[in-house]
Each structure stands twice: as structure tokens, then as C-alpha cells.
Write a protein that binds this ligand. Structure first.
Ligand code: FES
Length: 106
């Protein structure tokens, strides 16, 4: 288990106990975090699960894969800290992870 926090655009904070091996997107959907539509269900094919990884965590979450990079082109307001939350797998090492939901999703 790992504690992760997802901050909605309006500042609402969702503190979630996430199972290892689940994705950040799955936890967001399960907790009805607004702004994470995850239309493709985690197949890295929609970009509606776009999040900004908190600066303090970008090293631990790592870089997007080439396929994720391509899909991020369809996201809105992409930043260097942008990731698709369905491609971030929860591990014990991500205990304390914080991600932010963008204002708009593509
Ligand atoms: Fe579709 Fe992540 S849920 S790309």
C-alpha cells in the first residue's frame, strides 16, 4: 500500500490509500476525482487522465514511455511534469506521491 494525494483543480485534496500495482488513474476514478475521465480505461489511448506530477516526485515517477509521449501530444496545457496517470503504477517507493489535475482535459 502507498498513500497518494491527488489535488483537483479547485484545490480539493484526495488522500488515497492505493494498492501497489494499481495505477494512479484507477485510484482517481475509484475516488471520483473530478477531471480524470480516463475514457480509454487505461490503454494509453485518450490523454483524459493527464496529471501534473508534483515537482518533488518527478524523479521517482520517471519519464513517460515513447507511446505515452505521443499520447501526451493530445493533452491540453502539457508541461514538463505532465504524465498520463494510467501509466503511473503505484509502488511502495511512491508512498507520499502528489499529483495535480489540470484545469482542462482534452
Ligand atoms: Fe486513457 Fe490514460 S486512461 S490514456
Amino acid at each position: 500500500m502507498a498513500n497518494i494525494s491527488i489535488i483537483a483543480f479547485d484545490g480539493t485534496r484526495f488522500d488515497i490509500v492505493a494498492a501497489e500495482g494499481s495505477t494512479v488513474m484507477e485510484n482517481a476514478v475509484r475516488n471520483s476525482v473530478p477531471g480524470i475521465d480516463a475514457e480509454c480505461g487505461g490503454a494509453c489511448a485518450c490523454a483524459t487522465c493527464h496529471v501534473y506530477v508534483d515537482e518533488a516526485w518527478t524523479e521517482k515517477t520517471g519519464q513517460p514511455s515513447p507511446m505515452e509521449e505521443d499520447m501526451l501530444d493530445f493533452a491540453v496545457d502539457v508541461r514538463p511534469t505532465s504524465r498520463l496517470s494510467c501509466q503511473i503504477k503505484v509502488t511502495a517507493g511512491l508512498d507520499g506521491l502528489v499529483v495535480h489535475v489540470p484545469e482542462r482535459q482534452g
